[in-house]
Design a protein around this ligand. Structure first.
Ligand code: ATP
Length: 304
């Protein structure tokens, strides 16, 4: 029996994000290129004899009850399989919260994986993904990870080859952006053709391993909303482009911005500028990282 599991829940960026239309049920049809990055939350799951789920986290402002996606994910599987033992879960957040990096969805995906493993439930990856969509549109992708085209409301996934190697600089300004509010301001059915990023072009560039072309084509239609409301997002993007990035856009509904660098020295110098230099007031959280395409990475360790 597994008594303890250490898991890594990785964040994502969007190399492209397009919204096709607003549906009659209020959801939006999207086309997004999802990419896992090497930034992760730590999740520890311990088996307890007493029933129930207890959760603790290093961020005081996150809920530790059924409003946390970690709790919801554990409960979903434990209820379905009538598990009478309990678990205590510790969540150490590193991925910026409410930032467009799917941190909560990734935590949920890792916990689905962990509970399946700890209690030998025998669910396949596909079966975890089917359950994951009940927790959030990005959860199935976070179960799958790597590079993928995401369509529908985010639940139709097509794996893609990894993009060409580069450094990924991630900077989150000290503002909060509500995903719901961004979509409400989008008016998806009134966008002009040139406001839609060329998602198929990004896919072709990935297949051709052409970083320059991929960077030219990267785009996020949600910037049409957030750049107007939060000029700091544009400032970060411009700063990256002026300091050697091959391409820079906002991830998800923001406010996180990422820049891709074929030149690692330029990436390191810009990272230091954001950290200690002239532009340190622009970003509150900064990471220098890379794409992550290893599919077997949830488990860090386990004790029988
Ligand atoms: P996405 O890219 O999918 O839009 P996001 O990065 O915008 O995700 P998250 O960090 O996943 O947003 O979380 C958004 C909100 O969900 C937070 O305001 C938080 O209160 C709540 N939440 C619930 N569970 C978690 C969790 N495990 N980690 C982070 N936030 C969580």
């Amino acid at each position: 029996m597994i008594r303890h599991l250490s898991l890594k829940a990785y964040g994502k960026i969007n190399l492209g994000l397009d919204v096709l239309r607003k549906r009659e049920d209020g959801y939006h049809d999207v086309r997004m290129i999802m990419q896992t990055v090497r930034i992760y939350d730590h999740i520890e799951i311990d088996l307890r004899r007493e029933p129930g789920i207890t959760l603790s986290t290093n961020l005081f402002y996150l809920p530790v009850n059924e409003n946390n996606l970690v709790y919801k994910a554990a409960k979903l599987l434990m209820d379905e399989f009538g598990i009478t033992q309990g678990v205590s879960i510790r969540l150490k957040k590193i991925i910026p919260v409410a930032a467009g990096m799917a941190g909560g969805s990734s935590d949920a995906a890792a916990v689905l994986f962990g509970i399946n493993k700890m209690f030998h439930l025998g669910l396949s990856q596909q079966e975890l993904m089917t359950r994951g969509v009940k927790l959030g549109a990005d959860v199935p992708y976070c179960v799958m990870r790597g590079t993928a085209l995401s369509e529908g409301i985010g639940e139709i996934l097509t794996p893609l080859p990894p993009p060409p190697h580069c450094k990924v600089l991630i900077a989150k300004p000290g503002i909060s952006v509500s995903t719901k509010a961004v979509y409400e301001h989008l008016h998806a059915n009134e966008l002009k053709p040139d406001q839609h990023p060329d998602i198929d072009g990004i896919i072709r560039a990935i297949r051709a391993q052409d970083l320059a072309d991929m960077c030219c084509k990267m785009g996020n239609v949600l910037e049409t909303v957030t750049l107007r409301q939060h000029p700091v997002i544009r400032s970060i993007r411009d700063f990256m482009m002026e300091h050697g990035a091959d391409g820079a856009i906002m991830s998800g509904s923001g406010p996180t911005v990422f820049g891709l660098y074929s030149d690692p020295d330029a990436a390191r110098k810009t990272y230091e500028q954001f950290h200690y230099g002239s532009s340190s007031e622009l970003a509150k959280q900064v990471f220098l990282t890379e794409f992550f395409n290893n599919k077997n990475h949830f488990t860090q360790g386990e004790n029988q």
